[in-house]
Design a protein around this ligand. Structure first.
Ligand code: PLP
Length: 415
């Protein structure tokens, strides 16, 4: 390595984030040849059919009409009490689980994941997630001195791979006391997979059996970044009832973000919400989060919190917001349907799309395929084991024919 001043434990190979990197190239291309000639399916934010950034009007109107001092004031470290209430109501809706529930404001879903890993692991620990995962998880772990390890998300029937999950959990449980899991559902990034209710039953039965040995705690991190793009509002939320009345050794932490659900990406707000059958564990969760926040970013954007509070307490605003959001949820699903149908016709293998922002093509040779596609002004994201297409940002017009082009380029490059 060349000269370095960075402390040894922070020295690493730095590489550009492949998503933002591809997006920068796409935007440069847009400047050169115009947006009508570029397909940009990189970043996870919603674009409308004219490919303009969507900031939900209902959220925007509320946000822009706050008292001026709300944009300027500090918020309490844990978030205001009204925000905690609003977050719990928005997140759980009719499926609020029984038990001790505490919430703490965090700096977006990323901030929530940061605290999950920092608070519940020891340096050197492993954190478990599925083999398809949002790339930031890896850095979030290594930055805390942990290692992200994976199980196979899907079995041969394209369902949750229980056998692989169990094996990986047991391996970790035999090595360390706290087993920290990150399950991104519903509408998982990048596959769009949602853990089914009966799959949750099997996961929880297994985790209960594990903690009954008396050797482990399980911290079940449920990353619900795409909760509102996964289907019917109340149906998708039913999973939260699965987390009630669990043994005290299983602590569920829901990582709730305002980024996608409210198109509030840049406002950096969210909350970690714990569900525990033990009052002390819930209290400890809350205190540890307040401490970690104070020692990391201090407090979270107050105007974003107030916007959520306003929407949550006004039925009319809430209805308007949900109508608008559902419109985009359905639009993204229509775009994905166009791609999936054509992919089937031309023989491009895609993982089943169940909802959310992305479509995944499992493919070994992703990098050269994506590089070749960029020569044709198509920007999608290469991953270790496939390609991610952001259906949230590619118009229906441009989705048409995309599978065919990808197939041609895949054939040219070869696996
Ligand atoms: N979790 C997943 C799976 C994501 O894809 C994202 C954003 O892309 C997040 C969490 C966190 O997003 P943010 O930090 O913007 O709230």
């Amino acid at each position: 390595m060349s000269k370095s001043m960075v402390a040894p434990h922070n020295r690493r190979e730095y590489s550009l984030d492949p998503i933002f990197d591809a997006n920068t190239r796409a935007q440069d291309d847009v400047k050169r040849i115009g947006k009508e000639n570029v397909v940009c399916g990189t970043v996870g934010s919603i674009m409308d059919e004219d490919e303009n950034h969507v900031f939900l009007k209902s959220v925007q109107d509320t946000f822009l009409h706050l008292e001026p001092c709300e944009y300027s004031r500090y918020a309490p470290i844990s978030g205001t009490v009204e925000f905690q209430k609003a977050v719990e109501e928005q997140c759980f809706s009719k499926s609020r689980p029984e038990g001790y529930i505490r919430s703490a404001a965090v700096c977006g879903g990323t901030g929530g994941l940061h605290h999950l890993v920092q608070i519940y692991t020891e340096p050197g620990d492993k954190v478990l997630t599925a083999n398809w995962y949002w790339g930031a998880y890896k850095g979030l772990c290594s930055n805390q001195g942990c290692t992200l390890v994976t199980y196979e998300l899907l079995d041969d029937n394209m369902r949750f791979n229980m056998a692989s999950f169990k094996k990986a959990v047991l391996e970790i449980a035999n090595e360390q006391k706290n087993v920290v899991l990150i399950i991104n559902t519903p509408a998982h990034n990048p596959t769009g997979y949602s853990v089914a209710m009966e799959e949750w039953d099997a996961i929880i039965a297994f985790l209960k059996e594990l903690v009954s040995r008396g050797e482990n705690n399980v911290i079940l991190g449920v990353d619900v970044a795409y909760l509102d793009y996964a289907g019917n509002k109340e149906e998708v939320r039913k999973m939260f009832k699965k987390f009630e009345n669990l043994p005290p050794e299983i602590l569920t932490i829901v990582i709730y973000s305002l980024s996608k659900g409210y198109t509030f990406y840049g406002q950096r707000a969210g909350a970690n919400i714990c569900i525990s059958s033990d009052k002390d564990i819930a209290e400890e969760f809350y205190n540890a989060h307040c401490f970690a926040s104070r020692a990391t970013w201090s407090n979270v954007n107050r105007a974003a919190m107030d916007t959520l509070i306003e929407i949550n307490k006004d039925k009319e605003k809430q209805n308007h917001y949900e109508e608008e959001r559902n419109y985009y949820r359905d639009l993204i699903a229509e775009r994905a349907a166009i791609f999936m149908e054509e992919a089937k016709e031309v023989g491009v293998k895609a993982l089943p799309y169940m909802g959310g922002f992305f479509i995944t093509l499992p493919f070994k040779n992703a990098k050269p395929v994506c590089a070749k596609l960029e020569e044709e002004h198509i920007y999608i994201v290469p991953m270790e084991n496939g390609i991610r297409i952001a259906a949230c940002s590619v118009s229906k017009r441009k989705m048409k024919g995309l599978a065919k082009t990808i197939k041609r380029v895949m054939d040219e490059v070869g696996e």
